[in-house]
Ligand binder design. Structure first.
Ligand SMILES: CC(C)(COP(=O)(O)OP(=O)(O)OC[C@H]1O[C@@H](n2cnc3c(N)ncnc32)[C@H](O)[C@@H]1OP(=O)(O)O)[C@@H](O)C(=O)NCCC(=O)NCCS
Length: 400
């Protein structure tokens, strides 16, 4: 048998790759939609996209592959993390159980490291992906929405209707006009949480099957809600217009919302809250943490606030078996600012307590939704309780 070669997909591979994906995923479903039709924003034969599709070939034939999509996640307070959203993990049926997926995932992990990804999110089996460092983690709020809004003094009034906010206008489903796209793009960009996209990337996302953008454009306010099926996935705009739009949509159909769990009040989230019949928190996805130091540095403004009463020093170590992959010193001397410093192999830990966990354990420790059993080993419990979980989100319309 010829050997396996692993590398980025080439333009000439495109048609074979689309066929191989269908063959691997669709079983006997003869009219399964082509994969590039399912992900028109993420699976396109551009050089940038092909670079991040890792294919395994044997004798020149594609036998497996995996894709990662670079996504900038905006996580409040100006913090952005680069996510490698993973999808299209496949191996053709006749090559299965021969290590193809193990090899392509290994190459994708190396490529995401080189790309500077802070995290990687995917939707999939814990039993399959945990040994590569992914673990269920993150906290997304899930609301089941009802037309009967509660009145908790927020001003939307019983029913949360359009009249209460003084908004008159007719919700419309978006039909590809550029002006509405521009307004929705600007409204999403103004949100503290979300996926940072160009206008063209957003336009492509709106072509995903099963998505629908509804907008309300009234004289005194604009709002837009992007649905993935019946789930409110991404949204923005002026609060009264948003309240009117949401009240109208939930009045027509049962909806739910998968939104970021985060600190602090947000006027649009308060509107969703008023329409929530039930609340739940679920994981953002399976999360692989790349560099703990870079993540803590990105969240430093939030950590400064959360840890304002904490003083001391602690070393975070990421372990792979007996090997230590990364050590990060976090310290705040009395009255000083919080410092995050990645230690070189030769640096000692001094007197700092050392928190050592595997990569898969770090994901829920940093991002929740609750601490993993390994958290019983935490040395500086106060630090961990004050600092974590950090916010993370992966809206359904960003899944790959
Ligand atoms: C899932 C899939 C990609 C696996 O490809 P593969 O090349 O056969 O995988 P490998 O040979 O590297 O590994 C074979 C199995 O042994 C497991 N394995 C390999 N090394 C292992 C180890 N050291 N310890 C424990 N398990 C191990 C793998 O997890 C895999 O199990 P799984 O198929 O239940 O995940 C392939 O079956 C496929 O294409 N399925 C259809 C598409 C699909 O479901 N994709 C995943 C979407 S989330």
């Amino acid at each position: 048998m010829s050997s396996l070669t692993i590398g980025s997909a080439l333009p000439a591979d495109w048609d074979e790759l689309m066929d191989a994906l269908l063959g691997a995923f669709s079983g006997g479903w003869l009219n399964h939609p082509p994969f590039d039709a399912l992900y028109p924003d993420a699976l396109v034969p551009t050089p940038e996209c092909l670079r991040d599709i890792i294919v395994a070939k044997r004798g020149g034939r594609i036998v497996g592959g995996v894709q990662f999509v670079r996504q900038r996640l905006r996580l409040g307070g100006g913090t952005e993390l680069l996510n490698g959203g993973v999808g299209q993990v496949f191996c053709i049926p006749e090559e299965r159980k021969g290590g193809v997926m193990t090899a392509t995932l290994g190459a994708a992990i190396a490529a995401m490291e080189t790309a500077g990804c802070h995290v990687s999110l995917l939707g999939g089996d814990r039993q399959r992906y945990r040994r590569f460092g992914w673990e269920n983690a993150g906290q997304m709020r899930h609301y089941a929405l009802t037309a009967r809004a509660i009145d908790d003094g927020g001003g939307a009034g019983r029913g949360g209707g359009a009249a209460a906010g003084g908004i008159c206008g007719t919700p419309r489903r978006w039909h590809h006009d550029a002006a509405t796209l521009d307004r929705f793009h600007a409204a999403l960009d103004a949100r503290p949480f979300g996926v940072a996209r160009s206008r063209d990337q957003l336009a492509a996302t709106l072509r995903r099957p099963g998505t629908a953008l509804w907008t309300l454009d009234a004289a005194d306010g604009f709002a837009g809600i992007l649905l993935a099926g019946n789930t409110v996935s991404e949204y923005g705009g002026q609060p009264a217009a948003f309240a009117a739009l949401l009240a109208n949509l939930v009045g027509r159909n049962g909806l739910s919302a998968d939104i970021a769990g985060h600190d602090g009040p947000d006027p649009l989230d308060a509107v969703l809250w008023r329409h929530a019949a039930t609340f739940a928190v679920h994981q953002a996805g399976m999360v692989r943490v790349f560099r703990v130091g870079a993540i803590l540095e990105a969240f430093r403004p939030l950590l400064e606030r959360r840890l304002c009463e904490w003083q001391g020093e602690v070393v975070f170590a990421v372990c792979d078996g007996d090997a230590v992959c990364e050590r990060v010193l976090v310290r705040r001397p009395g009255g000083g600012r919080l410092r995050v410093q990645t230690l070189a192999a030769s640096d000692g830990a001094g007197t700092a307590r050392v928190e050592a966990f595997s990569r898969a354990e770090w994901a829920p420790l940093l991002f929740g939704p609750f601490p993993p059993p390994a958290a019983a080993r935490v040395q500086d419990e106060r630090f961990v309780r004050l600092a974590f979980p950090l916010p993370l989100l992966w809206p359904p319309t960003a899944h790959v």
